[in-house]
Design a protein around this ligand. Structure first.
Ligand SMILES: Nc1ncnc2c1ncn2[C@@H]1O[C@H](COP(=O)(O)OP(=O)(O)O)[C@@H](O)[C@H]1O
Ligand SMILES: [Mg+2]
Length: 286
């Protein structure tokens, strides 16, 4: 039962040095000292953080602290007054709109409350971006079906949003965000307004995207329960559902940010979050 010495293993670190392409470790998003105000009212002040490939960052904070504003800054829907924002390695703080447009199609955004178009079918909601790019109809159909299968709603293809439950509408919004196989997902309170059981099914989808495609993401939530489930479970493709990680184990790539009055007051792991001395964080956790 002797193991070959490390030096003769074909893919030991030593032998692959210089030949294998280095994994892409460049951050997907970098904020440096970002500030924004509306009507002279500061909303975000001096905010710095990053999202690395494969990372899920959960953004916590009470209502009105600037969580949605922060997400909109990430894909250039809003511009900062000060600071630098890099998306996929490119500075976007002052990037002209025409250049930003293709950058935005590389990100998927699930807006607060889903924001579906009521006058359009599920097919046209999910395929909206592809329709505007004049992708051929059959290809749109195929890709919409694929996205709907991911969220387990393929049978809603021809329906209108009004005939769907709140949870189903949220899943359609997620399918719409996934249609481009985005390199970054932004979820704004994906479980907001949903009952706890439905919320968990939505979090399971966020987890599926994290664990099946390893898409980096930034997720706003006010529900700590959502955040804890994401940290303590993984999506099992064979079983088609989430399963708990062993006792005491948490997902190392799922970490936290917390805003308080426009300032980033926490950036760290679940363990650090639970053990922080920060008064605001502790109050929020109670
Ligand atoms: N486009 C806007 N124009 C003016 N004020 C805005 C705009 N967007 C957000 N705000 C203000 O910024 C603050 C933070 O909003 P928001 O990011 O939506 O908070 P939340 O953390 O609840 O998502 C709020 O006071 C809101 O009124
Ligand atoms: Mg918000």
């Amino acid at each position: 039962m002797s193991e070959p010495p490390a030096s003769v293993q074909p893919d030991s670190v030593e032998s692959s040095k210089g030949t294998a392409p280095a994994p892409d470790v460049r951050p997907v998003v970098v904020f440096r000292n970002v500030s924004i105000a509306f009507d002279d009212k500061p909303v975000l002040e001096d905010v710095s953080f990053s999202v690395a490939p494969g990372e899920t960052r959960i953004l916590l904070g009470p209502a009105g602290v600037g969580k949605s504003v922060l997400l909109k800054l990430v894909n250039g829907l809003l511009r900062p007054d000060q600071g630098s924002i890099q998306l996929f390695g490119q500075e976007i703080a002052n990037m002209p709109e025409a250049q930003l447009f293709p950058m935005r199609t590389r990100t998927g955004m699930v807006f607060q409350e889903g924001a579906l178009f009521d006058s359009l079918t599920v097919r046209d909601n999910v395929g909206y971006q592809l329709i505007s790019e004049r992708v051929p109809d059959d290809e749109i159909d195929a890709r919409v079906h694929e996205a709907l299968r991911f969220v387990e709603l393929d049978d809603t293809f021809a329906l209108y949003p009004a005939s769907l439950s709140g949870g189903m509408r949220r899943r359609v919004a997620i399918a719409r965000a996934l249609i481009h196989q985005p390199e970054l997902l932004l979820y704004d309170s994906p479980t907001g307004g949903l009952d706890p059981v439905t919320s968990t099914t939505i979090i399971e989808l966020v987890m599926k995207e994290r664990d099946v495609y390893r898409t980096p993401s930034l997720m706003v939530t006010h529900r700590l329960q959502d955040a804890f489930i994401l940290c303590t479970h993984r999506f099992d493709e064979d079983q088609g559902c989430m399963v708990p990680l062993p006792q005491g184990v948490t997902n190392p790539d799922t970490t936290f940010l917390m805003l308080e009055e426009g300032r980033l007051i926490f950036d760290g792991s679940l363990h650090e979050l639970l053990h922080t001395e920060n008064k605001f964080v502790r109050e929020f956790l109670e």
